[in-house]
Design a protein around this ligand. Sequence first.
Ligand code: HEC
Length: 170
Amino acid sequence: MRFIISSLLIVAAALSGAAFFVSCTPEKTTAPVKRTEQERFANGEYMTRMAGCNDCHTAGYPEAGGNIPIEKWLTGSPLGWHGPWGTTYASNLRLLMSSMTEEEWIHLAKNTKWMPPMPWWILHDMKESDLADMHYFVKSLGPAGEPMPEYLPPNQTPEGPYIDFPSDKE
Ligand code: HEC
């Protein structure tokens, strides 16, 4: 019995020693892995493709089954989205993002709630490193295209083509 107790004590002492050792080991560093420019570009393109940004921000993208050359991506669409909020247009992100620093872009993407049908929650949920790569990708493509029409308040009918959203009030 005595032998068992003393062995248990030894085991306990060994365990607490191990715990002490573990708690003293320096924390594993989580420094970001340095990636090449090609990797950042490729991931930025992948994130843009997968997050569906082109579906609205690239004219004709859904109609073409996504078969639109990368040079034309995100140049905006003049198709209006008309609903109780008024009429919104998926803006030209090539002009916008080319004029912003990476920090400005991440701050905008993480903190803004845009009007429908812009899925702003996707940008809030996206990892900062992916947002940074997306910015790198779009900025590398450079500015292109024209600015899209301005937002219209609810009481105005858009002149160009638009999609009407159903509303409880109408
Ligand atoms: C379903 C259509 C749709 C999709 C998909 C979409 N957007 Fe938008 N986006 C819009 C519309 C419409 C607006 C304008 C909203 C407004 O005026 O408040 C907008 C606005 C924006 C703005 C503000 C632009 C400015 O000029 O201030 C940014 C940035 C943006 N979108 C980025 C993205 C990104 C990045 C993705 C992909 C993750 C994406 N959007 C996906 C429709 C869409």
